[in-house]
Design a protein around this ligand. Structure first.
Ligand SMILES: [Zn+2]
Length: 465
């Protein structure tokens, strides 16, 4: 009964539609553009979430130098090959001594005696035995102020309210400033260091690398527990804390790797568009948004082009970096090792601000790049609002390319709670991935990469170094 009624209804609708047809409607629709085809294909066939689940649920956190990152690299190489990439390989660089996390514990020896929520800061020397000391507040702006405060901090566990920063003059020579600051911290003979999470709600935080101040007996404490220590100090009660940190460096330096792969273009010039994301992550969560989302978005661009048989003029090179979280180690090494091909890089696109929708790209203050990006973004207008914005950007793997004069851009994304909560915390998990946003991000990247791979050559800028 129901079926008959539906058949009658749909028959009637077809008849009405036939009556309404005009000669114009009978001319065949124009063939969809490559851009429309990739948008449709990613919209319906995306493998973003299955890939992210394999990366985060099967492999997990991917600290640079860890077996998990190696497993992730093998997995990514398999996906790249399955999606049509050729010359899929690892490129090694010296990462220094790898670091392994160990147990971290802290508690008050006076006042309430409560346990403090701490995690060892990455790339720091742990404590051989528990350290017991009074807590003192560090609140300075410059290295000179730190040196002046240092005598009172000797033998204390320092709670860092504000650490010394380079002045504009010192920023001219960052290597020298870092050497001076490191020496000053070493000379201060601190018993320990408590840095404060940048997030609320008991969220842990993580940072650190070979060029990060406070590299010994340093932990990151949740903001609530840091506030407890500060309240005690403000009332004249000096907290005494026992701190034990089991993380340590490996005995010997090791090699880390970037995953590099190509999807050849058909113009034979050797020019390429580079899509970059970092496969490494911090290790408190699973690295689902930072930067598993960027990784699977880049894989998705390749999957769609390959599935649709789309062949760009210039090649697409996908590079999955490592060591990003320790200071762009992988992308710096890549640029240093490939000075001879930088000239042939048309542009670099990086996604590294979570899983939210792409809202645009910065022009990096270059008018020619503004024009080229505006053109490349145009076919994705229906996925917008999308803007090319006047301005600089920093903070991920496009930076070393940009510093070498290569047109290199981050996707600007709707970040929502990415920085304030998810990134680097223990809840960087699949639960916090914006699935619709991630699909849109892959669609936008596919369209913009296509435009840049086929469009006019972008001029390079003068190298900054
Ligand atoms: Zn990142």
């Amino acid at each position: 009964m129901m079926r008959t009624l539906l058949a009658l209804l749909s028959g009637g609708l077809l008849y009405a539609a036939a009556l309404a047809q005009t000669p114009a409607a009978l001319t065949p629709a124009p063939a969809p553009t490559p851009e429309q085809r990739m948008i449709d294909d990613i919209g319906t066939h995306a493998e973003l979430m299955p890939n992210l689940e394999r990366l985060c649920d099967d492999i997990g956190a991917r600290l640079t130098g860890s077996p998990q990152l190696q497993a992730a690299q093998q997995w990514a190489m398999t996906r790249l090959r399955a999606y049509g990439a050729v010359d899929v390989h690892l490129e090694a660089y010296d990462m220094g001594r790898p670091w392994r996390r160990g147990p971290a514990r802290a508690h008050l020896l006076n006042a309430s005696g409560m346990t403090l929520d701490v995690v060892q800061k990455g790339w720091t020397e742990g404590t051989a035995a528990p350290v017991r000391a009074e807590v003192a507040l560090l609140d300075v702006k410059t290295l000179d102020e730190f040196r002046a405060a240092a005598p009172a901090l000797k033998g204390k566990i320092v709670l860092v309210e504000s650490a010394p920063r380079a002045t504009p003059a010192q920023r001219q020579d960052p290597a020298r400033y870092f050497a001076d600051a490191s020496r000053a911290v070493r000379d201060a003979q601190l018993a320990g260091v408590l840095l404060v999470s940048s997030k609320d709600d008991g969220l842990r935080d993580m940072w650190g690398g070979p060029r990060s101040l406070f590299d010994r007996h340093a932990a990151i404490v949740t903001r609530e527990h840091a506030n407890l220590l500060k309240r005690l100090l403000a009332r004249g009660i000096v907290p005494r804390v026992e701190l034990e940190l089991g993380g340590h460096f490996a005995a010997r330096p090791a090699l880390a790797h970037n995953v590099v792969s190509d999807y050849p273009g058909n113009d034979g010039t050797g020019e390429m568009v580079v899509l970059g994301a970092h496969l490494d992550s911090w290790d408190l969560g699973a690295g689902a948004t930072d930067n598993g989302s960027g990784v699977v978005a880049m894989l998705e661009v390749l999957r769609a082009w390959h599935a649709l048989g789309l062949r760009p003029k210039r090649s697409l090179r996908i590079v999955l970096f490592s060591g990003e979280e320790q200071g762009l180690l992988g992308s710096r090494a890549y640029v240093a090792a490939h000075r001879d091909v930088l000239d042939r890089i048309q542009a670099v696109l990086v996604q590294d601000t979570g899983s939210g929708r792409v809202i645009g790209f910065p022009d990096m203050r270059n008018e020619a790049w503004y024009a080229a990006l505006t053109q490349a973004v145009a076919p994705a207008a229906a996925l917008g609002p999308l803007d090319v914005m006047y301005g600089p950007a920093g903070g991920s793997d496009f930076e070393p390319f940009f510093a070498a004069g290569v047109p290199a851009f981050p996707a600007l994304q709707d970040e929502r709670d990415y920085r304030s909560h998810i990134q680097h915390s223990q809840v960087d998990a699949i639960d916090h991935v914006d699935r619709a946003g991630l699909v849109q991000a892959a669609q936008v990247l596919a369209v913009v990469a296509w435009g840049l791979a086929n469009g006019e050559r972008l001029p390079h800028a003068a190298a900054a170094n």
